[in-house]
Unconditional design. Structure first.
Ligand code: MG
Ligand code: MG
Length: 272
């Protein structure tokens, strides 16, 4: 079900989204060879609670932890464990927070030490595809326009677009309508209107788009064992246009990255 949000509700959602953004920024400084995903998960849970929120994933559909931790060939929904990260790994970290009855939910794929150029390119293309999709999330467009744009750009690079998992509406529930696939046809699907809030989240495989699931009932990984990347933002339609509720700026501050990629999607009232 699609729940449109008032301006006040969108501000509450921004608060929840920013807790996730800051959590990922804190985690960014801790992602290095030798650290375990369970250690990072514990840090994130403490940080989220210290900011007056509740981890959004913990217990949701019985998920056991606060962060989804998906290294290398894992696409999404990996469960934190005590295996140390290694130089050259990538780790997709998805984080949720619940505050004032609204969820924040976004994700970033981090490099552990130095990664290979081809993996770096996978991450760059996946992140670019996220913004290409967000650009289509505006009044008058439809769900298929976002999916088409992401799919076209991704497949032009020879990568696989995961079909079985999709983005989603976001609000008082972690998963509201509409579903936001990362593939689609122009002009198809639900029409976007003012006050819609969604999580857009391309999941991009270096090789085949096919996936499989581990027996743990959660972990999704690529069928061919090649790496997969995942980037996610929370976005609202404000004044007809896409506005980011989440930000990667805390991650970039931690990693010393300069970027203006969010500027076109940032409200003038929250820019400073
Ligand atoms: Mg997520
Ligand atoms: Mg999501």
């Amino acid at each position: 079900m699609i729940k449109l949000k008032t301006a006040e509700e969108i501000e509450l959602m921004r608060e929840s989204a920013l807790i996730v953004s800051k959590t990922l920024g804190m985690i960014a400084a801790e992602v290095k060879p030798g650290v375990t995903t369970l250690q990072l998960d514990a840090m994130a849970e403490t940080f989220i609670r210290d900011h007056g929120a509740v981890p959004g994933f913990l217990g949701l559909y019985d998920f056991p932890n606060s962060l989804c931790m998906s290294p290398n060939a894992q696409v999404v929904h990996g469960i934190p464990n005590d295996t140390p990260l290694q130089e050259g790994d990538i780790i997709s970290i998805d984080c949720g927070a619940l505050k004032n009855d609204f969820y924040g939910d976004h994700a970033y794929t981090f490099e552990v030490g130095e990664v290979s150029p081809e993996v770096k390119k996978l991450l760059e293309v996946t992140k670019q595809s996220l913004y290409i999709g967000i650009r289509e999330f505006r009044v008058g467009n439809r769900v298929g326009d976002v999916g088409y744009a992401i799919q076209k750009f991704t497949e032009e690079h020879g990568y696989g677009v995961v079909r079985e998992l999709v983005g989603h509406g976001l609000g008082r529930k972690m998963h509201e309508g509409p579903e936001m696939p990362n593939y689609g046809r122009r002009g198809r699907g639900k029409k976007f209107v003012e006050g819609m809030t969604v999580a857009i989240e391309p999941m991009t495989n270096m090789g085949t788009k096919s996936i499989k699931q581990l027996k743990d009932g959660w972990t999704i990984l690529t069928a061919d064992g090649k790496p997969s990347a995942h980037f996610e933002h929370d976005v609202a339609i404000v004044n007809g246009k896409p506005e980011l509720l989440s930000t990667f700026k805390y991650i970039y501050e931690a990693l010393g990255i300069e970027s203006d990629e969010e500027d076109e999607f940032t409200s003038s009232t929250v820019k400073s």
